[in-house]
Design a protein around this ligand. Structure first.
Ligand SMILES: *Cc1c(COP(=O)(O)O)cnc(C)c1O
Length: 426
């Protein structure tokens, strides 16, 4: 580690991204209490569904217990639509391959496994840190029968949607959009979460808006929205008794949690503006260093700037190695690495985080295929390419990190964080 100099630690921790409440959340929670709709039915749920569908521009929204539940329902529906109804003990994907974003949170791809599918990871591009359309095209050359693509917008930055949609259309494939992190972000004037056949948003505690937990499933298909309503409430048939003709789930959102989200929804733009200012201040404050911020295409996209991230230029990286659970680095004058910066941030009581570790590097997915632009994509190509520079996800993971991005962080606090990052390069 480098010297802190005279920089003082924060008395109160500066978080990566923590909930920001405004007051109305409590009013709507109390309304649920006072009217005794302490259940998975009620006005808050109806309002959340109405408003989120309106914001995103999808016809139907179904409020669920988590973003993961929304992605599970999306994945299950996609499997049923593509491959027909499964047997009760089978997932709807039953052995079929699914092209998935590689550099994302595990919840993007776990539902593929819940439904007995096999995720094929598609490498990342440097322009937006999302699924690389060139690698996707290549994946269709290798696996022409694939019909489903799960694509995430990392850190609130829209991916290359037009290119991905074009490839999907050419191969008659369905898209599931994981907009868990990108609520409010737009691509060519349209909201993320409106481009896929089925889409998901998360209201988890660290997201741009939160209900403490929660998720929203989105689609333009009434039949599919109705199906998710049924599946998520234990698949009860319309009968006088509990009648079950399909496997059920208990995935519906609580009306109390919906009250929190209902109170948060009017503040979406406020939060985006705050997060954007944080991003711009980092960009300005770090511009003299050999680093870059997480990029986006200014012509096509307006991110929600959920997390500000940076990547260290290759030439400014000090030696660093990572095992499965631990790391080692050498502190070198004039250079640094993500862990040195994260440790320095921790010393002043600020929370950063490594870049989401790509799925193809995760032990649980070690046997899944991974397709890069130059690798042959069959089996464990990542072992072969790890010596080169064409594993983009691995490269961003090695050189990048997420900076404290809490919208309650003051300018003074952020300045101190920027100072600390400068010290890391001394
Ligand atoms: C948070 C997140 C999810 C899961 O949402 P939960 O509400 O926590 O279940 C899924 N995908 C991505 C990319 C996320 O960041």
């Amino acid at each position: 580690m480098k010297s802190l100099g005279n920089i003082k630690p924060f008395e109160n921790k500066v978080w990566l991204s923590s909930p920001t409440m405004h007051g109305d959340e409590l009013k709507y929670m109390k309304e649920a209490f006072d009217t005794n709709w302490m259940s998975t039915v009620g006005k808050n749920i109806n309002e959340v569904e109405r408003v989120v569908a309106e914001i995103v521009g999808c016809k139907y929204a179904v409020a669920l217990s988590s973003g993961t539940a929304a992605l599970h329902m999306a994945t299950k529906l996609a499997g049923e639509r593509l491959y027909g109804q499964a047997k009760p003990y089978e997932g709807t994907l039953r052995g079929h391959k699914v092209f998935c974003s590689d550099m994302t949170f595990g919840a993007t791809v776990n539902p593929v496994a819940y439904e007995d599918g096999e995720a094929v990871f598609i490498d990342t591009e440097y322009d937006t840190w999302n699924m690389d359309p060139v690698a996707l095209e290549k994946a269709f050359e290798i696996y022409p029968d694939v019909r489903l693509i799960v694509v995430a917008h990392l850190y609130g930055t829209p991916g290359k949607i037009d290119e991905i949609k074009k490839i999907a259309d050419e191969h008659n494939a369905l898209i599931i959009e994981d907009a868990a992190e990108s609520f409010g972000a737009t691509y060519k004037g349209k909201e993320t979460g409106s481009f896929g056949g089925y889409n998901a948003i998360s209201m988890n505690g660290n997201k741009i808006l939160t209900g403490s937990s929660g998720g929203i499933f989105l689609t333009d298909s009434k039949d599919d929205a109705d199906k998710v309503r049924k599946w998520s409430t234990q698949s009860r048939e319309d009968a006088p008794w509990y009648q079950h003709e399909e496997i059920g789930y208990n995935y519906r959102m609580s009306n109390v949690i919906a009250g929190v989200i209902r109170g948060q929804l009017p503040y979406l733009q406020t939060h985006i503006d705050q997060k954007r200012s944080i991003y711009e201040r980092y960009k300005e404050g770090l511009k003299d260093l050999p680093v870059k911020m997480n990029p986006y295409d200014e012509k096509s996209s307006v991110p929600n700037f959920w997390l500000s991230c940076m990547i260290i230029d290759e030439g400014a990286m000090s030696p660093m190695v990572r095992g499965d659970q631990e790391y080692l680095y050498q502190s070198v004058p004039g250079k640094t690495n993500p862990h040195e910066i994260l440790e320095m941030l921790a010393v002043i009581n600020a929370e950063g985080r490594p870049i989401w570790k790509p799925m193809h590097m995760q032990p649980i997915f070690r046997t899944n295929p991974f397709v890069t632009v130059e690798g042959n994509g069959r089996g464990r190509t990542n072992a072969y390419i790890s010596g080169g520079s064409i594993d983009v996800g691995k490269d961003i993971f090695n050189r990048g990190l997420c900076l404290p991005s809490d919208n309650k962080m003051t300018v003074e606090e952020q300045d101190r964080i920027i100072d600390i990052i400068h010290r890391c390069f001394e």
